[in-house]
Design a protein around this ligand. Structure first.
Ligand SMILES: [Zn+2]
Length: 311
């Protein structure tokens, strides 16, 4: 099966009351762990690549790894650019075989955001590629971009109709209290999401797919494994999975997961190295990281996203 866009995936997810997981990939082990999990559970899948991942692995390596996964797994897979900062990187990914791109103009004024997003949509649609836009600003750290919580802002529901109508985007990322990175909430702080904003946005955009970024739940199990195997990770708190499950049943059709994958991979590698201090075969510890990524993705598909059997 060739790479697909997210159009059909989102239509089915919206009607079926589930969400498709968008997992960030950086290397062969993460591509394999994620796609094996989704393949075995017959779940549709979005693999996404950030500017940082492209810099680390190289565009062509990531594209070819994902194409290899398509040969091995009989499920629909979309390849998506996560947080495209400008027209140039979006164009490069559209020309380079991606089926979906995000143009993140959320740091601009509404008018400038509409301008850059519309330009990307015009080019993308002429090539059969779909586009995700963003309104509102998430706090946290994404690659090199750090947004302080005082500079973050919830999405204004009264802007969404104009934004979607004037840009022609295919999906919209909104800010309702999720954030990038593993340290979303301070210990003792009560995680909260603004479901009232999500409801108001979906009321104004009936049938339109909504995207949640920064939606890792930061499993305490992995945090503990890292801490107990020589890691100095401080206590981290993410988005509770029952909140994400609730979002997946609503207009949210795409849920982004990155930090949870990093934690799972790191926990697997750390535990393997700690258990065998004299080991020096990278295959041994990378295999352990890949296995933990696969376990995590299976858990997300069955317990959070609800996308098992929907391929
Ligand atoms: Zn994001």
């Amino acid at each position: 099966m060739a790479l697909v866009t997210t159009t059909e995936m989102f239509r089915k997810a919206y009607e079926g009351g589930y969400a498709v997981g968008a997992f960030n990939v950086n290397n062969m082990e993460s591509v394999q762990g994620i796609t094996e999990a989704a393949g075995e559970l017959k779940s549709p899948l979005i693999l996404q690549v950030s500017a940082g991942a492209r810099k680390y692995a190289g565009h062509i390596y990531l594209l070819k790894l994902v194409e290899a996964a398509l040969v091995e797994n009989d499920i629909p897979i979309a390849l998506h650019l996560d947080h495209g900062a400008d027209f140039a990187i979006c164009k490069s990914c559209i020309d380079g075989g991606f089926t979906s791109v995000m143009i993140d103009g959320s740091r601009f004024s509404l008018e400038e955001n509409i301008e850059v997003t519309r330009r990307v949509v015009e080019y993308a649609h002429s090539k059969g590629t779909v586009v995700e836009g963003e309104l509102g600003r998430l706090a946290g750290v994404e690659d090199d971009v750090k947004v302080n919580s005082e500079d973050s802002s919830y999405t204004h529901p009264d802007e969404v109709e104009e934004f979607v109508a004037r840009t022609g985007v295919d999906s919209l990322a909104i800010a309702i209290g999720t954030s990038h990175g593993a340290f979303k909430f301070r210990p003792g702080q009560k995680p909260q999401l603004r479901f009232d904003i999500l409801e108001e946005v979906s009321r104004r955009l009936p049938g339109f797919p909504i995207v949640l970024h920064g939606a890792s739940s930061v499993s305490q199990e992995y945090v503990k494994i890292i801490q107990e195997n020589g890691g100095q990770l401080k206590d981290a708190i993410g988005i509770p999975e029952d909140m994400l499950r609730k979002a997946a049943r609503s207009a949210v059709c795409k849920i982004n997961i990155d930090s949870d994958l990093r934690l799972a991979m790191t926990a697997g590698v750390r535990a393997a190295l700690f258990a065998a201090p004299s080991a020096f075969d990278p295959r041994e510890y990378l295999k352990a990281g890949r296995a933990d990524v696969k376990t995590l993705v299976k858990h997300k598909i069955t317990e959070v996203l609800g996308s098992a059997g929907m391929a």
